[in-house]
Design a protein around this ligand. Structure first.
Ligand code: COA
Length: 297
């Protein structure tokens, strides 16, 4: 689908994306590039990085890949500095790197819990911390009078509770808290906008194939009234909006992009029955004698 945004919405910007070589992160890289940005991707696998960079290059998008693990502060520092050395500026950081697997709380080891916290929550904070000096208003390489933009990708899992996702729910809750707190502190002090996107179930992503393996896809749909898969494009468009001037007054927001899926719950009455039942109950309540209060208080 074509983008509704102008081709030059991100012209001249440099975006660094963790996890930008696959899934949602790669689609954001692609759409940022199509809207004029130059791309740096950080990822753990050289092969995946090379494939992503050549796919971007084939679209005419300036791109470079840096190997690194967001769990290692020295990698975070090196990649941020290499991005600056390569392009001479950094305008946007997208934290899309994440770890996930299905496991019951009972079977999850504390180290398994910590591993996902380390990738998603601590990794996000580490990257933000390293990039601060480049994104702040007046920082090295900044040509505009404003600060840069941070986008943190979280989820909607922790809005309620999610089966077999205690580690990711906790990690994404921390990511959202990080987004809001940085928006407050760095929005005030450095004119940096920090926002989040909370994707719902998105087709054709590593996350989806881990969380809803093919075998159970149909069953899930039966139980979730608003269940409709989104596309990576949907998340990327939200990212273009938040990263571009279209979102210039948006700071500290976490935008769920899930088709309303997290609001899903089973309907306890058919729609036709509601009208009749509700009228009947109302009629009964109006004709019922008003009794004396039974409370002894
Ligand atoms: N069920 C239960 N525990 C699991 C698990 C699973 N499916 N997969 C990993 N773990 C536990 C391990 O047992 C280990 O804990 P232990 O030391 O107490 O045994 C801990 O998690 C770390 O596992 P390890 O394989 O050493 O971590 P890793 O750093 O190699 O990999 C993961 C990190 C596990 C998050 C891996 O899935 C990953 O790299 N994911 C990135 C890609 C991804 O998940 N994308 C989806 C994004 S939504």
């Amino acid at each position: 689908m074509d983008s509704p945004f102008k081709d030059d919405a991100l012209k001249g910007k440099v975006a660094l994306l963790t996890g930008g070589g696959s899934g949602i992160g790669f689609e954001i890289s692609t759409q940022f590039g199509k809207h004029g940005a130059s791309i740096a991707i950080m990822g753990r696998r050289r092969q995946a990085l090379d494939a992503a960079v050549s796919a971007l290059a084939s679209l005419g998008i300036p791109a470079i890949g840096f190997e690194g693990d967001v769990r290692k502060p020295e990698d975070a520092r090196r990649v941020v500095e290499s991005t600056f050395q390569h392009y001479g500026r950094i305008d946007i950081l997208v934290n899309a790197a994440a770890g996930n697997f299905l496991v019951s709380a009972e079977d999850l080891s504390p180290n398994g819990f910590r591993t996902v916290m380390d990738i998603d929550s601590v990794g996000t904070f580490t990257m933000c911390h390293e990039v601060l000096k480049y994104l702040k208003k007046g920082g090295p390489g900044r040509t505009s009078s404003s600060g840069g933009v941070i986008l943190n990708i979280s989820a909607t899992l922790h809005y309620t509770a999610s089966w077999y996702q205690i580690h990711v729910s906790a990690a994404k809750a921390a990511v959202d808290a990080t987004t809001r707190n940085l928006a407050l502190e760095w929005g005030t002090d450095y004119d940096i906008r920090v926002n989040g996107i909370a994707p719902g179930p998105i087709s054709d992503t590593p996350g989806m194939s881990k969380l809803v393996p093919e075998e159970i896809t149909n069953k899930s749909m039966d139980h979730m009234t608003l269940y409709k898969l989104g596309e990576k494009w949907d998340i990327a468009m939200a990212a273009v909006y938040l990263a571009s001037d279209a979102g210039k007054y948006v700071n500290g927001s976490i935008l769920p992009v899930d088709g309303g899926h997290w609001l899903s719950r089973p309907r306890h009455l058919p729609k036709d029955a509601v009208k009749q039942l509700s009228r009947a109950i109302e009629k009964k309540s109006r004709t019922a004698p008003v009794g004396l209060p039974k409370s002894k208080l």
